[in-house]
Ligand binder design. Sequence first.
Ligand SMILES: [Cu+2]
Length: 172
Amino acid sequence: MAGGESGVVVDGLSTYLPTSLRHITEHVIALKGHARITARHTVVYTENAAGTEFYINGKQFDPNRVDFTSHLNTVEEWTVRNDTDEEHSFHLHTNHLRVMSINGAPAPRGHAWYETFNIPVRGSAVIRTRFTDFVGKTVLHCHLLNHEDKGMMAVLNIVPSHQPITARHGGT
Ligand SMILES: [Cu+2]
């Protein structure tokens, strides 16, 4: 490899490296925690005893409420916990996610990008995402239609990087 092709690191992501090597490098950097994480969030999935109502952080979906706020062009780490006896998935509109760990163990395909990921029963997954271009309100939800329809969905507001996150914007 020519010297000019290697060693450039921008925001924790290596550039100018062959694709396969870059994936390995990103994986190692991510697992070592060298990515610049600007915020962390926790999503907890629960449901009622009858399995007819579903919640994120104790709340059913309300399109008029902002549950999470994130800044454009940042990398965030989200812990998604499933406190139920059935599997739920995590789907984030607008940005793909990288799975870092599952039940505390490094993800076997930690360098891969997902648009939806299953959260194990009574377990958790840690994911990272980078907010690349979309600004505004979007949603995250369990991708099982019956669950998202009955409350397992939340509003995420992605704001420009210079805009402070205030209580009014629902930062959590
Ligand atoms: Cu679900």
